[in-house]
Ligand binder design. Structure first.
Ligand SMILES: NC(=O)C1=CN([C@@H]2O[C@H](COP(=O)(O)OP(=O)(O)OC[C@H]3O[C@@H](n4cnc5c(N)ncnc54)[C@H](O)[C@@H]3O)[C@@H](O)[C@H]2O)C=CC1
Ligand SMILES: O=C(CO)COP(=O)(O)O
Length: 359
């Protein structure tokens, strides 16, 4: 199979190498022609994965036409801020039969709420669009740690071909037909990784981490289900799986940004020190705005937004979250409204016992 990877960052590099190891002819596109020549000479992406010896057959290039020439599969590993522009540039070389897969975990900035796979649909004629997402820290994949991901597509051919070309002794690919659920899982968990990183730096314990992650999952699935995704997807690798890894590892850039803020740095300082993309910083803006418009209850995302952009102190934010309403644990079995109604009835019966913060 002829594979083109668009993006010279860490994830694109790790995936390019896996596909090459599986015997595909792989070309990787990046803006930086010097980096491309160094990769071709030494087989190391010294900017993003300096300790990883890539499969030597991966051919790096800054010439997009060359990289896309004859490609049957195109993996797009470009941060969300540049995703549409790069796809637009690639579009003339993409046919109806090209398998076209986003590996990006973000949402497009702007009034419309666009996921990356929707951009692929809008900008190209491909009929084989998919999303690859899961607990996939690029540095760990590069180091050969056993890992798994999800290919989500409505198209069974796309799912099966990606499973063939990207699975190897240290990487497994599971299939899903819930493209939006998988894509939203990958984008949303970045928000909560920032919050959990911040909590860790503030010295909070493992109970706190567990509470944050589990309530994050409730929030993520609530938002995604309101947009047509299946709640079951959040039980899988692209939901809880990715949330676990990103909220537990200092290899996660989103976690690191949160940690730096918890240590007292400003958002700008934290992002600058990182020097790479932490998608959650933009995603939290877009999600909070969309959740407000659609009336989806997302207290953790709103609280994080207040800390990042509205000058609220993280301790104050934590206290106000602890005093906020106590709803249902799993609202797909016990609806949140039913719990709140019962609390209101109880408060009318025993006003002296009720908390004034209950809504
Ligand atoms: N690094 C990881 O562990 C994983 C990353 N992802 C997702 O993959 C996407 C890409 O991330 P990474 O590969 O980690 O990124 P990275 O931060 O390692 O590198 C980003 C790459 O995109 C390129 N780029 C940025 N703006 C560009 C533009 N305007 N035109 C062309 N190229 C541009 C940069 O030059 C660089 O090669 C992100 O959405 C991320 O969430 C997904 C799974 C794992
Ligand atoms: O998505 C990731 C792991 O699955 C990588 O997370 P970061 O972008 O926070 O590094």
């Amino acid at each position: 199979m002829r594979v083109a990877v668009l993006g010279g960052g860490s994830f694109g590099t790790a995936l390019a190498s896996i596909a090459a190891t599986r015997g595909a002819r792989v070309r990787q596109w990046m803006r930086d022609a010097d980096l491309a020549s160094r990769i071709n000479e030494r087989h190391v992406n010294d900017r993003y994965l300096p300790d990883f010896l890539m499969n030597p057959s991966v051919e790096a290039s800054a010439d997009m036409d060359l990289v896309l020439d004859g490609a049957e599969l195109v993996l797009v590993a470009i941060p969300s801020g540049a995703f549409r522009a790069v796809v637009r540039q690639a579009a003339p070389q993409i046919t109806r039969d090209t398998l076209l897969v986003s590996t990006t975990k973000g949402i497009e900035a702007g009034d419309e709420f666009h996921l990356m796979s929707q951009i692929l649909e809008e900008e190209t004629v491909s009929r084989h669009i998919g999303v690859l997402s899961g607990p996939n820290l690029a540095a760990e994949i590069a180091a050969g740690h056993l890992s798994a991901s999800v290919i989500a597509s409505d198209d069974e051919m796309t799912r099966a071909r990606i499973q063939q070309v990207l699975s190897c002794d240290h990487f497994r690919v599971y299939a899903s037909n819930d493209r939006f659920g998988v894509e939203l899982g990958g984008a949303l968990k970045n928000i909560y990784a920032i919050a959990v990183g911040m909590a860790a730096a503030l010295g909070m314990g493992e109970n706190t981490r567990s509470m944050l992650m589990t309530r994050a999952l409730a929030e993520m699935s609530r938002f995604a289900v309101a947009r047509g995704a299946s709640p079951m997807t959040f039980l899988g690798l692209a939901g809880i799986g990715d949330l676990i890894v990103t909220c537990s590892s200092s290899l996660s850039r989103n976690y690191r940004v949160g940690y730096a803020i918890g240590e007292g740095r400003s958002l700008d300082e934290a992002v600058e020190a990182l020097g790479q993309v932490a998608e959650g910083v933009n995603t939290v803006h877009l999600i909070v705005e969309r959740a407000r418009r659609d009336g989806v209850y997302m207290p953790l995302a709103v609280a994080l937004h207040q800390v990042l952009f509205e000058g609220v102190d993280p301790h104050e934010m934590a206290l106000s979250l602890m005093r906020s309403e106590q709803g249902s644990d799993v609202e797909f079995t016990l609806p949140r409204e039913a719990v709140l109604d019962a609390q209101r009835r109880a408060a009318r019966t025993n006003p002296q016992d009720s908390r004034d913060t209950l809504t």
